[in-house]
Design a binder for this molecule. Sequence first.
Ligand SMILES: Nc1ncnc2c1ncn2[C@@H]1O[C@H](COP(=O)(O)OP(=O)(O)O)[C@@H](O)[C@H]1O
Ligand SMILES: [Mg+2]
Length: 223
Amino acid sequence: MNILSATGIDKSFKDSTQTIEVLRGATLEVEAGQMISITGQSGCGKSTLLHILGLLDDPDRGELRIKGASVRAKSSSAASIRNRDIGFVFQFNYLVEDLTAAENVALPLLISGQKFKDAIKEAYSMLQRLKLDERLHHYPNQLSGGEQQRVALARALITKPAIVLADEPTGNLDPANSLEVWKLMKMLNEELGQTFVIVTHDRDQAALADKTYELSDGKLHLL
Ligand SMILES: Nc1ncnc2c1ncn2[C@@H]1O[C@H](COP(=O)(O)OP(=O)(O)O)[C@@H](O)[C@H]1O
Ligand SMILES: [Mg+2]
């Protein structure tokens, strides 16, 4: 079953002097439980595409389907789909500096109304999975870049979204830490059956996925 598909996606940005056509008929299909990667040069539109896939922005043209249903970012159901079905990992982790690792991870659960005690317990177990059991009470500035990115991954996964969209999640990490984060994503993908769409400009990393698309000239090409 296709859990996520995008067909004929166009997206352009206008400023006072010019229009940049970023996406021109981008099409992709993602099966449930797959780990797919999207690679391409800087500025080719990878983040733009991921925002559209995550219902953060609407395309100018084309159709997005999540779990078989056609959806738009501006529709009334978009917010609940985003909260329930989609987890985002960004290149810059946006951890809250005044909260510990565990509190950062618990945050989405607290926002959805869960009790603090239960939320923090779940955060501990997710952080343990990501080999951060020694860092539960550390603040982001006390963590290495790789550890911060794993905390961000834990936070995106704590609500167990069916689809995880990751925008250059290893973009700021050295090769050893990048590989570690990839292995953890792979482990979660296999253990929990979550679907991953991972954007990376690194072709070698992209090749670790089940299926790789290259974005160029506004289109997706299966590699
Ligand atoms: N909100 C925006 N307004 C205007 N231009 C944008 C906007 N977002 C992205 N762009 C432009 O679209 C192109 C693709 O950007 P982006 O999707 O961030 O590329 P990538 O993630 O592949 O590096 C770039 O030329 C960028 O400047
Ligand atoms: Mg980008």
